[in-house]
Design a protein around this ligand. Sequence first.
Ligand code: C2E
Ligand code: MG
Ligand code: MG
Length: 594
Amino acid sequence: MADTRQVPGPNAAAARDPIRLLLVEDDPVDAAHLREILTSVDEVKFEIEQASHVEEGLQMLRDGAFQVVLLDLSLEEGDGLDTLSRAKVAAASVPIIAMTSQGNEVQALKALRVGAQDYLVKGESEPRLVVRTVLYAVERHRILTDLALARQREHYIATHDSLTGLPNRAAFMDQLQRSIAYAARNQTQVSLLFVDVDRFKNINDSMGHQVGDELLRVVSTRLQDVVRRSDMLGRLGGDEFIVLLQDVQRDHDPARVSQKILDTLSRPCSLNGAEYRVTASVGIAVYPSDGMSADVLIKNADLAMYHAKSVGRNRYSYYAKDMDDQVATSLDMENGLRLALEHHSLLVHYQPQVHVGKGIIGAEALVRWRCPNRGMVSPATFIPMAEETGLIHPIGAWVLRTACEQAVAWQGAGRGIRVAVNVSTRQLASSSFADEVSTTLRETGLDPRRLELEITESSVLEEQGVTLGTIRLVRQLGVRVAIDDFGTGYSALSALRNLPVDALKIDRSFVSDLDSDPSVRTITTSLIDLATGLGLDVTAEGVENTGQMRFLESRGCHDMQGFLFSRPMPAEEFARQLQTPVPPWQEALSTSIE
Ligand code: C2E
Ligand code: MG
Ligand code: MG
């Protein structure tokens, strides 16, 4: 018997597990000889199965996971090369070693062309050569398979987003270009939906990147549920996702899918044990009407998304030609605001807060922007943009410091009053806000009891955790906290019970309708009762006439603010009013009451 124990294996480690080998051979003597050779090797174990007929062999190949096939090309049945081709079809990835009879090397070479990994010539092949050929075939195949897998993995990484597993920008652009070419040939439409999570930065800043990442995965899964299999979903980066709708038949199809996206994303989701509700804004661009190339379409869908955000978020918007101008204006505004911060063209006006019997008790600080091109810009215009871009942090810090310094100055002039400063949800969500307040108080020397922070209903109700903690810290400093625009945020009564605040400011919209709407009178009365019942102070905003003032007084609300008393004004003018023994409005009031 041939000694094959010293056969040099290509990879001893890989050869430790038995190698599953299919032997297709109809000559019992040849088969027995091969078995003997293969089973005599020490280092490698073979698990050999044998077929004597072509069809049987092919079936076994289809059914079983073989690592290598030894195929006799001179079987009685069928043509050897034809059988080889069929075997390649039956199991394309399994290496096949063709066995030819002596003197038939031409057939052997043809076999290599048809797809055999290697060949052996019966009777000429030494046992060692047989074993080595089999092992090399298996090993070469393993290397090629690993290489193919590595290439696949590399391709996957290059074309997919690692966080969500969605196609990335490059892969998406590729598909979009192909879809556009197809649509151009077939005169069909495709549509792009640019999806951007609203105030994502807020969550990332306040809850940390892990929660942010988790949220993006939730968004990705929900989008996948909405998008049809024939459409494509990708992530462009950050909180930007994009959907490609192929073959858009009806003009309202993109709107329908967008609405579905908004609906599914606004369902509550639980992250890290807390419940969140996020919304998104969607911009729609359609080929060919909104752009002929992938780049232009994406840019226009982005513009439309930007527009959806600027008109209130949680909505979709179709691209329109004049959006370029609008965005240019808005970018211009953002740059202008940055410059305003640097060049001190922001200013603070103060509006008196009065107790009808006692006179001025406080001042609300209201920021203004004196813009070289636009004139005086209202905070209602630039605060939302400052929140979106993060500029609210430096602006808010500046207003806080300016107002505190001002209050100290008034105090020095003998009129100590409280100053109220508006604080946006984004400021409150920042973990350093309480420190910022404490430092500002210390550095300006303002008594904390002379500072009130006005926060919105939504910031207390939506943000939970961090925000509530910040509010408590601020109150521990001795600072008052009031809920601004109260009544517009749909707070549940039960949520109010535990809110760590000192006062409510009844929103202007109630006060302005007191004259005309009896139901508003009922609601306002209830709001005042509610506040006093909870032990909170209550201020009415936007009081413009004596009728409103008298009604509020009669219901027990004595603190008010509004044009009836005074418009917001520069600090110097406010100081003059503070010094006037009887402010002009008090005079006017007393004459109108008489
Ligand atoms: P707000 O905090 O509710 O401030 C009251 C707004 O109502 C002010 O508008 C004020 O001028 C206006 N107002 C007061 N009395 C009357 C009245 O009798 N009738 C009418 N029609 N309006 C009255 P303003 O100054 O344009 O501020 C708008 C909003 O911008 C503020 O609403 C506040 O939410 C925000 N804001 C202002 N300054 C700041 C700031 O420094 N930081 C932040 N985060 N927001 C600010
Ligand atoms: Mg306010
Ligand atoms: Mg208000």
